[in-house]
Design a protein around this ligand. Structure first.
Ligand code: ZN
Ligand code: ZN
Length: 436
């Protein structure tokens, strides 16, 4: 890394009219807000990332019945609860997790070295951080960057948490500025004031909120379940299309999952050299058994609340699960988030709060872990609703559909919930175990 004074600073100014140029990840270049002049980002390896192919398999309907062959085989592992170490994982501050996994990345991220310089545009004093790719003069609003990086698209690979060759080349660009993400945290705090009486997330967000790109793999996630409730036992089918399957253990998978829906119509090539301010970059992690287990853990956690919302059921116990995860092709990408970690110095036994904001839509979610094993997640929709393009690719959760097996091949009748409860004590329950 170049020391202070060794960085050749270059202005991001329009060569036609002199106005500041704005990097735009979605367009793949910098454009002038005044005259429209556009300069492409320098080509980098990421430009050769194959583009994604969505491989949705439409649900087949035969004689009016749903054909559910893809969720025919029950998966006993899907009922296993998370291992005890998950508790510790969820409560460990992000920086500690990064330190354990990639200490040199943490050093690079936390490098607080500043360059002292006078703004080449207005002449006033300017102190950008060495690790900021692009920075703005607070006096004249002119944007600047490291000349070498701007001209080559290179960036400091030390800033990537994990291995550079596991860093995905595609991303959803940020739409939300950090200040707007902080406002989303503030409205979350106002809405659920009682939950945050011991943690002023609003003021913390102003200082501590960080932007990050988190790796995921897009898949269609579909499942069939047998559930025991206070009104009886029943089967249902549900699917989440374009589900973001995390490829990292650095962030809480449950909290992250709450940020959906995501809009996948604007997948862009990631160009870290042209990111403004300080964005933390996470490479895909080899997370072993967690990779296959996380979808089940999320299902186990979300199912009771979803069935309560859909059918008013208070008590749901999952008896059997069959799941189908269909990965899309070249479906590796980075999602833009803002993250507020737990309070500094928090201990594992403390009540801890973490917040995430969807950097695309502005939806915010908070995770509150108390000293025992309870967790609460609170979410708030963006103040200005995000407009999803009609018919575009986006996360889509179907309503849970009660079903009953009818006949081969895997044909299921759709039912109203009232008609779906089985007589669990008698022959019906026995038969449904055989043929469900
Ligand atoms: Zn211009
Ligand atoms: Zn200036």
């Amino acid at each position: 890394m170049a020391g202070p004074g060794k960085v050749a600073v270059s202005a991001l100014a329009c060569k036609d009219c002199g106005a500041p140029m704005y990097p735009d990840m979605a367009k793949g270049g910098m454009s002038c807000a005044y005259c429209g002049h556009f300069v492409r980002f320098a080509p980098t390896d990421e430009d050769f990332t194959p583009s994604m192919t969505f491989r949705h398999q439409p649900l087949e309907i035969v004689d009016g019945f749903l054909k559910l062959g893809h969720v025919a085989i029950m998966d006993k592992d899907a009922l296993k609860p998370p291992p005890p170490m998950e508790r510790k994982m969820r409560r460990t501050p992000l920086d500690e997790k990064i330190r354990a996994y990639d200490a040199s990345a943490l050093d690079a991220i936390n490098d607080e070295a500043y360059i002292e310089m006078n703004c080449p545009h207005c002449g006033k004093k300017l102190t950008p951080r060495l690790t900021d790719n692009i920075f703005t003069c607070p006096h004249c609003d002119q944007k600047f960057g490291d000349f070498d990086k701007l001209s080559t698209g290179d960036f400091d690979a030390n800033l990537i948490v994990g291995r550079k060759y596991n860093f995905f080349g595609k991303c959803l660009p940020f739409h939300l500025h950090r200040e707007d993400a902080a406002l989303a945290v503030a409205s979350l705090k106002r809405r659920y004031a009682g939950d945050f009486s011991d943690d002023d997330i609003e003021s913390r967000a102003k200082e501590e909120l960080v932007a990050a790109y988190v790796p995921v793999q897009l898949s269609d996630f579909r499942w069939k379940m047998q559930v025991k409730s206070e009104r009886g036992t029943f089967w249902y089918y549900q699917e989440c299309l374009d589900w973001a399957w995390t490829r990292s253990l650095m962030f809480d998978a449950y909290l992250m999952d709450e940020l959906a829906p995501w809009d996948y119509n604007e997948i862009s090539i990631v160009k870290p050299a042209y990111l403004e301010g300080n964005v933390r970059l996470f490479a895909s992690q080899n997370i072993g058994d967690w990779q296959a287990a996380i979808p089940s853990f999320i299902l186990q956690k979300n199912t009771p609340a979803r069935l309560k919302a859909a059918f008013g059921l208070e008590k749901c116990e999952i008896l059997q699960v069959s799941r189908d995860l269909r990965k899309h092709k070249f479906a590796f990408l980075l999602l833009p988030i803002y993250y507020l970690d737990c309070k500094k110095g928090a201990k594992e036994s403390d009540r801890q709060t973490r917040v995430m904001v969807n950097g695309q839509t502005g939806k915010a979610a908070a995770l509150i872990l108390d000293g025992s094993d309870n967790d609460v997640i609170r979410t708030i929709e963006p103040a200005t609703p995000y407009i999803f393009p009609p018919n575009g690719e986006r996360t889509m959760l179907s309503p849970p559909t009660p079903v009953k097996y009818v006949k081969q091949p895997f044909l299921h009748q759709r039912l109203r919930i009232e008609d779906a409860f089985e007589n669990t004590g008698g022959l019906g329950g026995f038969l449904s175990k055989l043929f469900g």
